[in-house]
Design a protein around this ligand. Structure first.
Ligand code: WT7
Length: 655
């Protein structure tokens, strides 16, 4: 195919600013563990370094095994237990060190040392066993961000049961689907959760889901609202606190698992299609997470990290739970919204907990920007030393704001690229080693090989945008169950018409461009590509141009087709809604024409209070497409803000 490819606007038009972190001395653990040129040349032996961060019951026979290629299996022959690695391993030397600091929606605070975790996880494990849960059974956990959530995950891991965390905001139907997908044999949930002032009946949602399953599943119910709430426990339902009390002092040896045994299932976020079940294997996943916790986040004994992601997403699994605990660090868990009770909450939390590493999404940072810099500047944020971001392109403006107003122009930012499927970060700068460029996520980590290729799988030179692929297996790669391998293969390995028989190439579904230094700029999902005037444009490329307009905070571009002709429509949110919308609309159209080309000038610009997004903060383009193409408006259980749909349809029809 010889289609014209416009260059990414920000590479052409913005001066790439380089910045070398000063605060990371040569003695940091990140520096020690990753400053190793030989790493890339000694694949797969290089990954021995990651296994040495874990405690193994039995060492592996082979680093990697290609028997089920392309699904490589890691550390074959090795045996270990995830909970033992996260908890028991720390008991001898640091059992009284803080493992979790939790802050609830009503300002409650709870602290768990590693020893506290050991006791409670053991009791929950014994309870699950008593309820009939065995190794390889799947346990669904449907809880808001409470300490009981990681505790239940680790209790499963101790037994060798496979956890399946489902985001607590999902409706009963979504829960049922996700339980059926994995053939769940037990559930852990709670009586209710609190949203701003209102109590949400979580138990009722769980009961509705349970009623539509064929079998009655044992269910453990955490008391979040306080006994006064008077939750009724039905048959086969058990109070969490009672179980913990009954099984206090239980001491069961963690089950030795094969490195290749599944540790958990998780569903992808569902931006584009149906949510899919992913599976991660114990040894490879933990090795990848422990390794990146150290090299990317500089986690070591006692480091305090706050990762704002919900534990229902992979980010929460890897860097709110497993990464910190494997490293002997302290994880800060925060229940509820960052804006409740007020906009001071995030900064108070950092100050009060001495957060050293703060990891969030560009969406959250843009919200902070909207609120204004007076909030972070009123607090003592000097405990911070590293900032992270993940999930979507951050863009130079947001990067600068984060760097200046949260990082006080001192701390490195790691813009980490990865996916539910990859299990851990694969592309990022390493603090103290690599320079940062605000519009790029950075180079692939040592041991990771990437390419940017065209539609036919041909490798493209630096500067040319194309499809991002990973060209060598990595330890924490997706490890689908046998029944999933067929579709996983089709989705991630057979994207190109002419796959080279002798090569291993994982298709990420993202578009990207690499610069001369090997730094990667992510241009968005491949599904977020619009063909217009015979050219393929990434929505991220267009949106980057739109958000250069003063006052525009977020934008989403979708295509409208009428009689074979495609035109572009922009949905945008404004810093201040009362601004002169016509003028801003014109400025948006001009910005696209200027940065991308006259051919791409949008025909309509619609202002909306919010964009429809998934619970993990990704814009749902397919819903916007429906709005403008007058197709039926169906809700999706992945949508965080369903109320916006009706509003959008009204605004659109008024235009
Ligand atoms: C997709 C994966 C695992 C992280 C949370 C999201 C996008 C991820 C970045 C980044 C630009 C990013 C990609 C990727 N993405 N990180 N730093 N810059 N885009 O996990 O829900 O599986 O989504 O998020 O498009 O494919 P996920």
């Amino acid at each position: 195919m010889t289609e014209e490819r416009p260059a990414y606007p920000s590479l052409e038009n913005s001066s790439v600013r380089r910045w070398t972190p000063q605060t990371f001395g040569r003695d940091s653990t990140a520096t020690e563990s990753a400053d190793d040129d030989s790493f890339n040349h000694e694949w797969p032996a290089c990954w021995e370094a990651a296994t040495s961060l874990l405690k193994w019951r039995k060492p592996h026979d082979r680093i990697v095994d290609e028997e089920n290629a392309p699904f490589y299996r890691w550390f074959v022959g090795g045996r270990l237990n995830a909970a033992e690695n996260c908890i028991d391993r720390h008991l001898e030397k640091r059992k009284n060190q803080v493992a979790l600091r939790w802050e609830g929606k009503r300002g409650e605070r709870r602290t768990y040392t590693y020893y506290d975790l050991y006791r409670e996880v053991s009791a929950v494990e014994a309870a699950l066993r008593e309820l009939g849960v065995e190794a390889d059974d799947v346990v669904t956990i449907y809880l808001p961000k409470l300490p009981e959530l990681p505790i239940a995950m680790l209790a499963c891991a101790r037994i060798g049961a496979v956890h399946n965390v489902v985001f607590a905001g999902f409706a009963p139907d979504a829960l049922v689907k996700r339980m059926q997908h994995v053939d769940s044999s037990a559930l852990v949930t709670c009586d209710g959760s609190i949203r701003e002032e209102t109590a949400i009946d979580q138990k009722r949602k769980a009961d509705t889901a349970l009623a539509s399953l064929e079998e009655s599943l044992p269910t453990i119910v955490v008391d979040r609202l306080g006994a006064s709430h008077g939750t009724h426990l039905g048959a086969n339902q058990y109070d969490y606190d009672d179980l913990v009390e009954t099984h206090a002092g239980a001491d069961v040896t963690p089950v030795s698992r094969k490195s290749t045994d599944p540790l958990f299932h998780i569903h992808t976020s569902g931006t584009t299609g149906d949510q899919q079940r992913m599976t991660h294997a114990t040894g490879g996943y933990l090795a990848g997470v422990a390794w990146t916790a150290r090299t990317v986040f500089d986690l070591s004994l006692g480091t305090t990290i706050w990762c704002t992601a919900d534990i229902g997403w992979i980010t929460g699994h890897s860097y709110a739970v497993y990464g910190p605990l494997l490293s002997g660090a302290t994880a800060v868990l925060v229940e509820g919204s960052l804006r409740y009770p007020d906009r001071h909450r995030p900064w108070k939390l950092i100050e009060r907990n001495g957060v050293e590493i703060f990891y969030t999404t560009p969406g959250v940072i843009r919200t902070f920007m909207k609120w204004g810099e007076s909030f972070p500047s009123s607090y003592d944020l000097s405990s911070l030393r590293l900032l992270g971001t993940v999930g979507e392109p951050i863009g130079p403006d947001t990067w600068e704001w984060y760097y200046t107003h949260v990082g006080e122009e001192r701390y490195p930012i790691v813009d980490t690229w990865w996916q539910t499927e990859t299990g851990c970060v694969l592309i990022s700068v390493r603090p103290g080693i690599d320079e940062s460029k605000p519009d790029s996520v950075g180079p692939p980590l040592p041991g990771i090989e990437i390419q940017v290729v065209d539609e036919d799988g041909r490798e493209l030179p630096p500067g040319e945008p194309g499809y991002l692929t990973i060209d060598r297996p990595w330890p924490s790669m997706l490890a689908p169950l046998e029944g999933d391998r067929y579709w996983v293969l089709a989705e991630y390995w057979q994207a190109f018409s002419d796959p080279r028989a002798d090569s291993w190439r994982y298709f990420t579904g993202d578009r990207a461009v690499v610069d001369d230094d090997g730094y990667v700029t992510i241009l968005g999902r491949d599904d977020d590509v619009i063909s217009i005037g015979n050219r393929r444009l990434g929505t991220a490329e267009l949106e980057a141009a739109i958000t250069t307009v003063d006052g525009v905070t977020e934008a989403a571009v979708v295509a409208k087709s009428t009689g074979g002709e495609t035109t572009l429509c922009v949905f945008a949110t404004l810093e201040q809604e009362q601004r002169d919308q016509n003028a801003v609309g014109d400025a948006i159209a001009d910005a696209v024409a200027k940065h991308v080309g006259e051919f791409a000038r949008p025909t309509s610009v619609v202002f909306t209070p919010e964009l429809p997004e998934t619970y993990s903060g990704k814009t749902m383009y397919r819903l916007l497409e429906r709005v403008i193409n007058d197709r039926s408006l169906t809700n999706s259980d992945a949508l965080r803000n369903p109320e916006i749909l009706g509003e959008l349809a009204t605004i659109w029809n008024r235009e």
